[in-house]
Design a protein around this ligand. Structure first.
Ligand code: AMP
Ligand code: ZN
Length: 141
């Protein structure tokens, strides 16, 4: 646990949170400044800054919790869909340095648009650049 982490404090019960799931490894609670009713955050109990830093078994448990919560959240707030996303690192907009999936209920007329709206102009990549990127990702695995 990190003593100055707000999500660690919620997991530990030291500050209040509207908990919707806890199993000793993973905790989910309502976002305090929701983008939509039912906006939920799903976190590993162990303080971990980024997805990259999660042990494999915790990553699996985290995604299993997301997978179970998505239909429950949609049902609870009568949503048509959800946006499920991680701001993974400060440069990607992560403000709380404790890994968290956002599950944001959506409806066709909520005006929110797809996740692509978070980006500006798309890069114009040639085939050889795309081939090189794919090669480097495969090599880095
Ligand atoms: P991110 O920008 O991905 O790090 O998102 C952090 C999220 O944490 C934001 O959506 C905040 O509204 C939410 N948040 C911050 N403090 C609290 C809190 N005490 N309880 C619940 N959600 C919080
Ligand atoms: Zn933490």
């Amino acid at each position: 646990m990190s003593t100055d982490c707000i999500f660690c404090s919620i997991v530990a019960g030291d500050i209040p949170g509207r908990i919707v799931h806890e199993d000793g490894e993973i905790t989910a609670f309502l976002d305090a400044n929701p983008l939509a009713p039912g906006h939920t955050l799903v976190v590993p109990d162990e303080h971990t800054r980024r997805l990259n830093d999660l042990p494999d078994d915790t990553a699996r448990e985290l995604y299993e919790a997301v997978h179970a919560l998505v239909p429950a959240i949609e049902s609870a707030v009568d949503a048509d869909a959800t946006t499920v996303a991680v701001n993974n690192g400060e440069a990607a907009g992560q403000e709380v340095p404790h890994v968290h999936w956002h599950v944001v209920p959506r409806s066709a007329d909520d005006g929110g648009g797809p996740i692509h709206g978070a980006f500006g102009d798309r890069p114009d990549l040639a085939d050889d650049e795309l081939d090189g990127i794919a090669d480097r990702i495969r090599d880095a695995r």
